[in-house]
Design a protein around this ligand. Structure first.
Ligand code: GLU
Length: 445
């Protein structure tokens, strides 16, 4: 069987971290099984869908390296939905309903107050042709519900959740089309999944009860049903998908210096039995992707964990990979020296500024000033082509008797203006002899 997955966002806002995770799952599953990954833009809601969000979806997937093998748009398929609608009305699978939202709401409350399930009672289904005609003559246009078949339980084997069983009698017949003719998501999605030969529907567990209804819709249109995998949702460190997490999208990640490789590596493994690892190469992430490894508990998204992972990813980046984002003149030797000290690529510029100067190199005490003066003299004499840092510190150890912190800290401070930073052996050649001598002199004054 050909494996085809789809990521089906609605362009009514920016993708957030939960959506991105779904996209990654769909992509990984398709790649793992040599299949295709499609993007479907769910833009049936014309009032809320915006073109700028469609563009943003493409841009975000591009940033994450999730190029789709094909793109479909629901707004381009309205004629197809209409023809299926006509068939399903004729076959009695769809029926017109005339209740107002207020009436439905009151009915729901009454049922709940009697401890009954708040299920739609098919009042409109019981109307005679005359009664329907009267309603329509009085100006009420119907919305449309899908008539669930109550004969047998709805059962499927979910790739993440195992066997799922629903009693259709405890579900409301879902509304599929509004009175103004616009579509709700359920039925168009089924028609698309059937027409696009989607083999696996991979989405969040908030869709589990939709799946129960949708399975009957596949049957009603005479289509084969895809397999389903419903993953547990993401929660923030505080326990639920908070507003903050819901607003966290690619832009915010990019602005805070999170690399797509880090986000991808994290979201690929979060909620699975496999550890989140700083993997730049996607091959092991593809190879290990398996719904059998997913847990049922919500997956915790922790920004601090992502930051840590980001640093470990940045530390592996080659100069070539980041060159366009580095300050001019920062070559491979400079990147390799500075790389272990940055959590974000942009921070390399701070260290490059330290290399190029000026730096704040004052405030040395009476003991350290003469030490820096000696260091300046020695720095002017040593062979800078070898290993100047070891030549300098070995020489000073012998002449001053200093060692450890007392030896290294004043030198680091005089040469960089900071107490911490990249390995001095790698940094000093970048600073160069002239600047080093000048900085040591300045510290001695
Ligand atoms: N547009 C739907 C959503 O964003 C798609 C759900 C699905 O994957 O079927 O929730």
């Amino acid at each position: 069987m050909a494996i085809i997955t789809r990521f089906a966002p609605s362009p009514t806002g920016r993708l957030h971290v939960g959506n991105l995770r779904q996209a990654i799952h769909n992509w990984l599953f398709a790649r793992r099984h040599g299949g295709q990954f499609w993007l479907r833009i769910d833009d049936t809601d014309a009032a809320r869908s915006r073109e700028e969000y469609v563009d943003a979806i493409h841009a975000d997937l591009g940033w994450l390296g999730l190029a789709p093998d094909g793109v479909e748009r629901q707004s381009a398929r309205m004629a197809r939905y209409q023809s299926v609608f006509d068939q399903l009305v004729a076959s009695g699978h769809l029926y017109p309903c005339y209740e107002s939202a207020e009436e439905l709401d009151i009915r729901r409350k009454i049922l709940l107050s009697r401890s009954l399930p708040p299920v739609y009672e098919r009042t409109s289904l019981m109307l005679s042709a005359d009664e329907r005609a009267t309603k329509e003559a009085s100006g009420i246009s119907p919305h449309w519900r899908f008539k669930l078949n109550h004969d047998a339980p709805i059962i499927w084997d979910d790739a993440v959740r195992g066997e799922q069983k629903f009693d259709p009698g405890r579900l409301s017949d879902p509304v599929v089309r509004r009175a103004d003719g616009s579509w709700l998501y359920l039925l168009p999605s089924v028609i698309d999944d059937a027409d696009m030969h989607i083999s696996h529907v991979i989405r969040g567990e908030d869709h589990v009860s939709n799946t129960a209804s949708q399975l009957q819709m596949f049957a009603a249109i005479g289509a084969a049903t895809p397999s389903f995998a419903h993953t547990a949702l993401l929660t923030g460190a505080e326990g639920k998908l908070s507003k903050r997490l819901g607003a966290l999208g690619c832009d915010a990640f990019r602005e805070s210096g999170i690399e797509p490789e880090a986000l991808f590596a994290m979201l690929a493994r979060l909620g699975t039995a496999d550890p989140v690892e700083p993997l730049i190469d996607r091959a092991p992430l593809i190879a290990s992707f398996d719904f059998g490894r997913f847990g049922r508990a919500p997956a915790r998204f922790d920004m601090a964990e992502l930051e840590g992972l980001n640093a470990r990813i940045v530390h592996q980046f080659s100069h070539e990979h980041v060159a366009a984002r580095l300050p001019g003149g920062m070559d491979a030797a400079a990147w390799n020296a500075i790389r272990p000290n940055v959590a974000h690529v942009a921070e390399a510029a701070d260290w490059w500024a330290v290399v190029e100067g000026p730096i704040a190199g004052d405030g040395f005490d009476a003991d350290d000033k003469p030490f820096c003066a000696t260091a300046a003299q020695l720095a002017a004499q040593i062979d800078w082509n070898g290993d100047p840092w070891h030549a300098l510190t070995d020489g000073l150890k012998a002449t001053s008797g200093r060692k450890g912190r007392g030896l290294f800290l004043p030198l680091r401070r005089a040469l960089t203006g900071r107490d911490h930073g990249p390995d001095m052996a790698a940094l000093l050649p970048l600073i160069g002899q002239a600047r080093a001598v000048e900085r040591l002199h300045a510290a001695a004054r």
